[in-house]
Design a protein around this ligand. Sequence first.
Ligand SMILES: [Zn+2]
Ligand SMILES: [Zn+2]
Length: 212
Amino acid sequence: MINLFKICYKCKKEKSINEFYKHKGMNDGHLNICKECKRKYGRKYSKNNRDKINEYRRNNPKIKLLRKNEHLRNKDRYIERAKERYKKNKKKYIEYRIKNKEKIAIRTKIWFKKNHIKASYYSSKRRALVRNATGNLTYREIIRQHNIQEDRCYYCGKRLNNHYDVDHIIPLSRGGNHSCGNIVIACETCNERKSNKLLIEFKIYKRLWGTF
Ligand SMILES: [Zn+2]
Ligand SMILES: [Zn+2]
């Protein structure tokens, strides 16, 4: 095998081709920057462009899927590690959150808009936790309920176009549980109006105020 040499674009040193990372897009199949420079440059770049890189990772579907699969495989380990990391850097996290309050709020808002159903799932889960409700409703059960109702609101029958809330038939605040037997899918308006009423109370309310 011939030992090829190449001049690094960054440090201008002539080095063996093995000192360059492979890259399909280049003419000779190798990068123009040597491994050493690439590592140095890469670290500097990622330090200065952390937001840009994170944004790219967040929005690239290929990376997203890879990460998702990896995450599912090692779910328990990730949760454990995240907990430890949080404990260790609690002060830093809180400081970051205070410092970037607006940025985080915008990001959260966008996420909620994009992931309305998941958001509804999480918020119902949180409410159940607060109320100490029994039952462990899963995301899949919500999707199933939506399919059963054929994309229509349980209360008004309006088409939901995949935009809906999870409603507890017996409200959590009235002792209802957080399981698939106690939930229906409802439009935002109905969910808001039903609020913490029992079904019979909601029926009377609807009769008094007319159907909407
Ligand atoms: Zn170099
Ligand atoms: Zn409705």
